[in-house]
Design a protein around this ligand. Structure first.
Ligand SMILES: Cc1cc2nc3c(=O)[nH]c(=O)nc-3n(C[C@H](O)[C@H](O)[C@H](O)COP(=O)(O)O)c2cc1C
Length: 532
């Protein structure tokens, strides 16, 4: 399920994995323009196989930045810089999204590695605004409470930002209504002490966030999905609760929001958050179930099987990962391998697709391993024995020097060439080879499958053939395997058919072997045959 596509409006996501928005605090102070860092950071995660790459909390107005180094999208210059990034991300097969944000009372702070804390006016800081003149932490200066008359402009700023995001080529907008930023400050009774239409009962506290959602939905193209990130609970007594979130999510759905991304916390320094794997997943599950809206789950999701279980179990439609994708931008590609799912690799990276290509999973008691120079005597004896007729291919490589060169090449270039030893219970029982005949079309040719006479009659060759199929297709990413059986060798043909190869026809006098033209039966197998 993690690698099944998801359709939201007219956008098809290639799988269920989303790069959670992550502030990079990496603009040139004050300009809000995304730079090379943002291109590489977001681009790398698109290359890594995520379905949707959400750019960080991006301010809709200058005073809405968390820090002076935040990205923005309130100018055309910023939008133009985003266009390059959105275009690259989309070029990798991912959808490009951007999180639109206003930090409210949490604005004008330093980047984490600059010691957090407030940025003073003389250092480029500004006076934050909020629903009420209540600071986040005791001891901080109080923000300025927004006048009711200023609120429509806040909603319009989100809409203007969404228009720029559309023009820049983004497929998705996520509205940041979580983590104690402006919209969440309006929702939470901890930060909203207003007595007008925007404060008091929940319905009033939801008014501005819903106006933002509706105003954005009005200008954001009908065909493009709109997401909202919420904090499902404040984790503080008397704060915003899951029950409030379910009610809010229902209203968001009515406002044309397509998916609710369920995070939590951020309203109060008094919050107590349990940090266990998937601790916010129950919020996504409850909102999905009770508000009948698609959801995203986020927070301490790091294992492929966990992510798979969240989607397959119906807890959420998408999983969002943040820190795990900082550790490994290619997590989606690795997760696909781990789950046995198909996820296309960037063609430039195809050769890195295989993990350590040294040992092959045993098939029964037969194992394959890459030959070393210690195996040379065995290989020379095997291939030169009068008793041994290699199943695949004739007597092509026999000399000591030739085999030595083969073994060295097999070690140096395991993706393109292999000389493998077949082992039974740790003892050498035979050998097999392969070579890449088309890197572009991912075709490998098998050759010289030989079983030592002492191991005959126990289907060792069949087991070895199945092991090498799995190895070349699953581990090395080949799409098609092929080989020819010469001189209508019946035993070899029967072996090929038993081990799953498909007979593709006979080539008459098509192969020059040992100076003679020879007939051969051609066999092939493509990745899909293996799955069956
Ligand atoms: C470096 C960093 C920056 C973040 N910036 C944002 C942000 O801009 N917007 C947001 O909604 N969440 C932000 N978060 C929170 C993440 O999106 C995510 O919800 C959180 O880290 C939990 O997910 P994880 O356990 O996979 O990291 C940030 C997290 C990190 C680690």
């Amino acid at each position: 399920m993690l690698f099944s596509p998801l359709r939201l409006r007219e956008l098809e996501l290639r799988n269920r994995i989303v790069v959670s928005p992550m502030c990079q605090y990496s603009c040139v102070a004050g300009d809000g323009v995304p730079h090379d860092w943002h291109l590489v950071h977001l681009g790398a995660r698109a290359v890594g196989g995520a379905a949707l790459v959400l750019a960080e909390a991006t301010a809709v107005v200058p005073e809405g930045r968390i820090s002076p180094w935040d990205t923005g999208i309130w100018t055309d210059e910023q939008a133009a810089a985003w266009e390059r990034i959105a275009s690259f991300v989309r070029g990798q097969g991912a959808a490009a999204g951007i999180q639109l944000a206003h930090a409210g009372r949490k604005a004008s702070t330093r980047a984490p590695w600059r010691g957090r804390g407030r940025v003073a006016h003389e250092d480029g800081g500004w006076e934050p605004v909020a629903p009420s003149a209540v600071p986040f932490s005791d001891g901080d200066p109080a923000p300025r409470a927004l006048e009711a008359g200023e609120l429509p402009a806040v909603a319009s700023a989100f809409a203007a930002a969404a228009c720029r995001a559309d023009a820049a080529g983004f497929d998705v907008v996520e509205l940041h209504m979580a983590h104690g930023y402006l919209a969440h400050q309006f929702l939470s009774p901890l930060s909203n002490l207003r007595t007008d239409d925007y404060g008091g009962p929940r319905e009033n506290r939801m008014r501005l966030p819903l106006q933002i959602a509706r105003t954005v939905r009005d200008v954001w193209p009908e065909r493009k999905p709109l997401l909202v990130r919420v904090s499902a609970t404040d984790w503080v007594a008397d704060g915003w609760t899951l029950e409030d979130t379910v009610a809010f999510a229902g209203e968001l759905r009515g406002a044309g929001v397509d998916l609710v991304d369920c995070s939590s916390g951020g309203s109060s320094p008094a919050q107590e958050i349990p940090d266990s794997p998937g601790f916010q997943v129950p919020f996504a599950a409850a909102v999905r179930r009770e508000a009948a809206v698609p959801t995203g789950a986020v927070g301490l999701i790091a294992d492929a099987s966990h992510a798979e279980a969240i989607v397959a179990g119906g807890d959420a439609d998408l999983v969002l990962l943040a820190r795990e994708l900082l550790r490994d931008p290619h997590w989606p590609l690795r997760a696909a391998q781990e789950l046995g799912a198909e996820a296309p690799w960037p063609k430039q990276y195809e050769r890195g697709r295989a993990r350590a290509p040294l040992r092959v999973e045993p098939t029964g008691d037969v194992e394959l391993r890459r030959a070393t120079l210690d195996d040379l005597d065995f290989l020379v004896e095997l291939y030169n024995s009068d008793d041994v007729e290699p199943f695949l291919g004739g007597h092509s490589v026999r000399g000591y020097d030739e085999l030595r060169a083969d073994v060295e090449r097999s070690q140096a270039d395991p993706h393109l060439f292999g000389r493998l030893v077949i082992e039974v219970a740790g003892a050498r029982a035979g050998a097999i080879g392969y070579r890449c005949v088309s890197e572009r079309n991912r075709i490998a040719h098998l050759e010289a499958l030989a079983v030592h006479p002492s191991h005959r009659g126990r289907r060792r060759a069949d087991a070895a053939a199945r092991a090498i199929q799995r190895y070349l297709i699953v581990e090395l990413g080949y799409h098609r395997l092929e080989f020819a059986v010469y001189r209508f060798n019946r035993r070899a043909a029967a072996h090929a058919e038993r081990s799953g190869f498909v007979r593709e026809g006979v080539k008459r006098k098509a192969y020059l072997r040992h100076g003679e033209w020879q007939d051969a039966i051609e066999y092939g197998l493509v990745a899909d045959d293996l799955e069956r």
